[in-house]
Design a protein around this ligand. Structure first.
Ligand code: ADP
Ligand code: ZN
Ligand code: ZN
Length: 749
């Protein structure tokens, strides 16, 4: 019988993961030992017994077999924070496909030499009255940035400097000039304990409505009875979900447990953070991408030591090493950013349930437009569903018009703006109200094509269309390749070669032609390249520095603009036509959010949806903001086509430097799955294989991509198939090619 060997890490830290030690698996442990288990091994010259974790098993000895020591024994499952992290990594590895090392790197923070980080704060030097009058003065002089910063100091005495320059988008020169005026001063401190000091710590607390109270009672009631389930709160923005989360967190903290709140980074606004700080003071901490690895590590240490008990952050905040998690909240649970794009491609919603299982915690999901997955599970009785119907912030749902663009063309209007939209824009401008124009295209800027032969200019490395930039050159958004714009079509020589005039930049230009003097702001991938620009544009718009905000889907998330009374969706179809089974769902979510942007304040709002498919159910139900009706139609489509959440789908992605090799590997692997179709009696007719085919972006950075899909009603069966494929790949020793797995993919583009 062949010997078996195990890779073992003896020090659970991100840095030591790449240096496992190899041990022999003694015969008595052969059939029981699994990746992820905790074992004892003799270590060093003295053969002292220490704890270690298995990261891989194999038959090859990498060193001298005579010198390789035996594993001493298996340690029973422990309850330490580390054991839970290992168990979680093991689950992620198994459920999503990756090595144990990749999974561990996902859940463990990278250690960084935590230098004494110097943090700068801004402190108020005037009393609130003086601040108020100075702010008024700045307002009159149109020094909007100064006024904006001063207003923040009405509420708190001190604000971390990076919030001011980051989240608030205030420049250093503005800060300097307020320092010179004696209004504020900059101070340094070496710890990161109190991000905010509040003027009035005793914060105002809302009495919960009946509907809110029922949710809190249900979740806490179940928690206390030991039935720790999953709850879905379906409620539009402003219906009081966050208030419910905060009450739940308070209850959980009073039971000596910790809470994790996941919020998509883009929605993690300064206002939301303040609400949490006001309520929980310095027991709460924030994790976001602006933190350095050192700061993240520091936070994890604080969580382990029990110095904080609430963390707010994006997907990765789920891996905060709290000893006793009682509650995990996932706000805006439908957001695609909850799915990791790197291997292991885990979904935060499913992973949260595993974390909750390990800790005995409850999970609360919230959304205005729940994912089909969550709503389906709620319907199946797996989650308890609650609905919050009223908008507590006032405002009414906007009046929505759907404009048929085919009709516009027929009647001679060739402009990007329908007559209805032009009319309303003129009206809002004359009244001094604000508008938002939303271009519903996912990531693709205006491409260049030939009107005569249809040729589209593409990147030679990435197989995506190039987009036109100022100065007449063409640019690839994946790899940065650029070339001059040709005067004649390279294929047919025609001179009718031009852009598809629907980038945000073109819309801005057309708008200015139509309404000379209109003040515009533009938000897209180009204008938000730097870290702070996103917040800067939003706060400038909130301050009334522009009449119209033009942007991609970025502008429909988060932020409230009470002065916006008109939202125009320029081409609803651009996301409907995407070749992806979630296109309808995504379009519905985007349109619902976009329409909901109008009329948040005291003035009633209006919205215009321009489309070539005015009868499409995603468009119709988004216009009337009726989620249930949309769900009923969408779920029929998923059932018919056997797509998630009704069935499950595994994308097997093959990456190769040589096109031929990639193609061959894809064919071999898909053949392996096809040959399994007859094996499982009950599953014979249920297993489907689609493809292989070149991925829709067939080449990125000169790496060829192929993909095939496997569908099956049972997730576990897909996991088995993944295991078989992983084994096959290991046996074939695919060197130059690599294979990735994506379960229930969010994006098949
Ligand atoms: P959501 O998270 O669903 O967008 P929020 O919890 O932020 O909703 O509530 C929207 C607004 O209503 C907030 O300004 C909040 O302070 C207020 N609010 C929430 N619950 C209540 C309540 N029970 N009574 C009064 N105001 C409330
Ligand atoms: Zn041509
Ligand atoms: Zn490219």
């Amino acid at each position: 019988m062949k010997e078996q060997y195990a890779d073992i890490i003896v020090d659970i830290s991100h840095e030591k993961l790449d240096r496992p030690f190899q041990y022999r698996v003694p015969e008595r442990l052969r059939d029981v030992l699994e990746v992820g288990m905790c074992v004892t091994v003799p270590f060093g010259n003295g053969n002292k017994l220490i704890k270690g974790y298995v990261t891989a098993l194999g038959e090859q000895c990498k060193f001298d077999p005579a010198k390789t020591k035996d594993i001493a024994g298996i340690v029973q499952k422990g309850v330490s924070v580390e054991d839970k992290m290992i168990a979680l990594a093991g689950w992620i590895r198994k459920s999503y496909g990756s090595t144990m090392i990749q999974a561990l790197k996902t859940v463990l923070p990278a250690k960084q030499s935590v230098k004494q980080l110097e943090h700068k704060r801004l402190e108020r030097r005037m009393n609130p009255e003086e601040i108020r009058s100075l702010s008024g003065e700045c307002e009159r002089k149109h020094q909007t940035a100064k006024a904006r910063l001063l207003r923040e100091f009405l509420e708190q005495e001190t604000i971390p400097k990076e919030w001011v320059t980051g989240k608030l988008g205030i420049s250093t020169s503005t800060i300097r000039s307020l320092e010179q005026a004696g209004a504020i001063r900059e101070v340094s401190e070496t710890s990161y304990r109190n991000p905010v000091k509040l003027t009035n710590v005793a914060e105002h607390r809302n009495t919960l409505s009946d509907a809110q109270r029922q949710i809190v009672e249900a979740v806490i009631g179940d928690f206390d009875e030991g039935k720790k389930g999953t709850f879905l709160i379906h409620g539009i923005t402003g219906s009081g979900k966050t208030e419910v989360y905060m009450q739940l967190i308070e209850e959980i903290l009073s039971r000596g447990k910790q809470a994790i709140v996941l919020i998509p980074e883009i929605a993690l606004t300064y206002q939301t953070l303040l609400r949490f700080y006001r309520r929980f003071g310095d027991r709460v901490s924030v994790m976001n991408s602006t933190l350095s690895p050192g700061e993240k590590y520091d936070q994890c240490e604080r969580a382990k030591k029990g110095e904080i008990d609430v963390i707010i952050g994006p997907r990765s905040a789920l891996f905060t090493p709290f000893p006793n998690i009682g509650l995990i909240v996932i706000d805006e649970e439908h957001e695609s950013s909850y799915k990791s794009e790197a291997t292991p491609k885990y979904h935060a919603r499913e992973t949260a349930m595993e974390v909750a299982r390990l800790h005995g915690a409850s999970v609360v999901l919230g959304s205005a437009t729940p994912s089909l997955e969550a709503y389906y599970r709620a319907r199946q009785g797996e989650y308890r569903l609650f609905t919050l119907k009223e908008r507590l912030t006032g405002g009414t749902l906007p009046a929505v018009s759907i404009v048929d663009l085919r009709q516009e063309l027929k009647e001679g209007n060739r402009s990007i703006f329908s007559r209805k939209l032009q009319e309303l824009l003129a009206d809002k401008l004359s009244k001094g109200e604000q508008s938002m124009l939303f271009l519903n295209r996912r990531g693709y800027a205006g491409f260049i094509s030939c009107r005569s032969c249809g040729e589209v200019m593409k990147c030679p490395h990435c197989d995506v269309s190039l987009s036109e930039h100022h100065g007449g050159h063409l640019l690839c958004h994946y790899c940065g390749y650029s070339e001059p714009k040709p005067a004649l079509c390279p294929k047919c020589g025609s001179k009718y070669i031009s852009g598809f005039r629907a980038g945000t930049q073109q819309i801005e230009e057309k708008l200015r032609e139509l309404f000379p003097g209109v003040r515009t702001l533009r938000m897209d991938a180009d204008t938000t390249r730097t870290r702070d620009s996103y917040e800067k544009i939003l706060s400038a718009f909130a301050n009334g520095e522009a009449d119209v905000l033009i942007g991609t889907q970025m502008i429909v998330k988060g932020h409230d603009f009470p002065k916006v009374t008109l939202v125009g969706v320029l081409a609803a179809d651009l996301s409907l036509s995407v070749g992806d089974y979630r296109a309808g769902e995504r379009t519905f979510q985007l349109l619902t959010q976009a329409v909901g942007r109008a009329g948040r304040g005291t003035l009633p709002g209006e919205a215009v949806i321009q489309t070539y498919q005015p009868e499409h159910y995603a468009v119709v139900h988004a216009a009337s903001q009726s989620y249930e009706e949309f769900y009923e139609e969408e779920i029929i489509y998923r059932e018919m086509m056997e797509y998630p959440p009704v069935s499950h789908m595994l994308a097997v992605q093959i990456f190769a430097k040589e096109e031929q090799n990639g193609k061959q590997l894809a064919e071999r692997l898909s053949a392996v799955v096809k040959s399994m179709m007859g094996q499982h009696e009950a599953a014979v007719e249920k297993l489907q294989v689609i493809g292989p085919a070149p991925a829709s972006i067939a080449k990125i950075n000169d790496i060829f991509r192929f993909v095939f899909y496997v569908k099956h009603p049972k997730y576990d069966r897909l996991v088995q198939i993944k295991d078989v494929l992983e084994e096959k790949c290991a046996m074939m020793q695919t060197g130059a090619e690599s294979v990735q797995f994506d379960f229930d993919p969010m994006n098949t583009m």
